[in-house]
Design a protein around this ligand. Structure first.
Ligand code: EPZ
Length: 419
């Protein structure tokens, strides 16, 4: 079993470069299934979710060539099957994008129920509602989803909840549909815009991505023969910004889009940190104990749920009592029990957690319950006195390329050990 062993406390100092966005890349890869040809994707994060996505595409008949560890050329001219490997698709959440893409390309797909981080109920009713509005029939049986369509026809679709996954999936299914699809109450996250930009680069006609109404005029085919670079990861950048505050450090975060980080910047300033916005890099530093704050997670442009645990570390060390209300997921406070083992004083009740700020955390063995919880525990370990051992690294490796290497370059005493 692997673990990260961290000796703290260390104020992080230096520069870190952000990779491409996981949640954009895991949608762009299946989106290539809509292309009858090949394309090159650059700035892919080298993480386990991407490797599994590539394996799924290869099992469907795509040919993938790795140009570098962050770039692939993918040829989806000849797909050989409409059955996605059930064992792989059930390993992570974004495998559901194969449904929208394969409905568009082949009018048919059989796929395992998506897995992914255990954050509470993760229904896909809005995805299904969208596909059905376009003319598809969706049935589920014993953990397998069967989707079929003789023909997809554009339609108006109102999303009952703001959903990243459903917005992207319906966008994928409607790119090659006949006529116009309008998605109302769409999600607006940077990765939605990135997937739309990718598809438009390949020949799609999508307008309004980044607003809550997206209009997709169906086109006859996507051409490929283009190169696309994935947008920098908003959440990875935010993770290092919050690490700078929690460790009372001073970090320049390079290759990020600071516009995507405004809600995080606002909260860092509110808790007493400093932020200098240089458009494609951001400088964050903090030389005192953070102030208390109240946080509510919201869809973009609100404070992202995927930075809630990392913010929880900052607030566990704040001067005063703080509150976090998690409005997206039912069960995203599992990390608080681990922080309490390190001396934090957090009481989580349902979707709200109360933080009684403590002066310091103390090293302890801790277990990550999901990807962002894992990142939060690493930050906690770097800011804590003594030795922290972080277990369940498979969660962290799903979404962060070389996390220990990046923190080590910032001065952290951190190493990966295989027990
Ligand atoms: C995406 O998940 C991200 N995953 C998550 O990131 C992120 O936490 C989440 O969006 C919110 O920003 C990927 O992009 C692969 P949703 P997704 O559909 O698409 C409800 C991380 O750490 N809902 O926007 O699955 C749902 O229950 C991960 O990187 C329905 O009710 O999230 C939730 O309350 C974890 N019906 C809310 O909407 C549906 O059909 C938002 O979910 C779909 C969703």
């Amino acid at each position: 079993m692997e673990k990260l062993v961290i000796k703290g406390p260390t104020p992080l100092k230096g520069e870190v470069t952000i990779n491409g966005a996981k949640n954009a890349a895991v949608a762009i890869l299946p989106a290539t299934l809509l292309i009858n040809g090949s394309c090159t994707i650059e700035n892919l994060p080298n993480i386990s979710d991407i490797k599994i996505s590539c394996e799924i595409l290869e099992k469907l008949g795509a040919k993938i060539k790795w140009n570098t560890k962050n770039s692939i050329t993918i040829d989806t001219s000849n797909l050989s099957t409409t059955t996605a490997p059930l064992d792989l698709t059930s390993k992570f959440r974004a495998s559901y994008y194969v449904i929208g893409a394969m409905l568009g390309r082949k009018g048919e797909i059989e796929v395992g129920m998506p897995g992914g981080c255990k954050l509470g109920a993760r229904p896909i009713d809005q995805h299904i509602k969208g596909f059905e509005s376009l003319g598809a029939t969706i049935t589920t049986e014993k953990g397998t989803i069967y989707a079929k369509a003789q023909k997809l026809t554009g339609a108006p679709i109102y999303m009952d909840v703001v959903s990243v996954g459903a917005t992207i999936n319906v966008m994928l299914a409607s790119v090659l549909a006949e006529g116009t699809t309008v998605i109302d109450n769409a999600a607006k996250e940077p990765h939605i815009v990135d997937v739309a930009n990718f598809l438009n680069t390949m020949g799609a006609d999508i307008r309004g991505a980044g607003t809550d109404v997206i209009k997709i005029n169906g086109v006859k085919k996507l051409n490929g023969n283009a190169t696309y670079s994935v947008v920098p990861d908003q959440i990875e950048a935010g993770t290092f910004m919050l690490a700078a505050v929690a460790t009372k450090g001073d970090i320049v975060i390079k290759n990020c889009i600071t516009k995507h980080l405004e809600s995080i910047t606002a909260k860092i300033i509110e808790v007493g940190g400093n932020v200098e916005d240089n458009i494609d890099s951001i400088h964050v530093w903090c030389d005192k104990r953070p102030h208390k704050a109240t946080i509510k997670t919201l869809p973009y442009p609100g404070f992202p749920t995927d930075l809630q645990p990392q913010m929880g570390v900052v607030l566990s060390l704040a001067n005063g009592n703080s509150i976090i209300h998690e409005s997206i997921w039912d069960s995203r406070f599992q990390y608080t029990e681990e922080l309490n083992k390190m001396g934090a004083k957090i009481t989580a009740q349902g979707k709200t957690a109360f933080f009684e700020g403590v002066k310091k955390l103390t090293g302890s063995p801790v277990y990550s319950s999901d990807l962002r919880a894992g990142a939060a525990l690493v930050i906690a370990g770097i800011s804590a006195d003594g030795i922290t051992e972080v277990y369940n690294l498979e969660h962290i490796d799903r979404g962060y390329e070389n996390i220990e290497e990046k923190f080590r370059k910032l001065g952290a005493n951190i190493k990966r050990i295989n027990e």
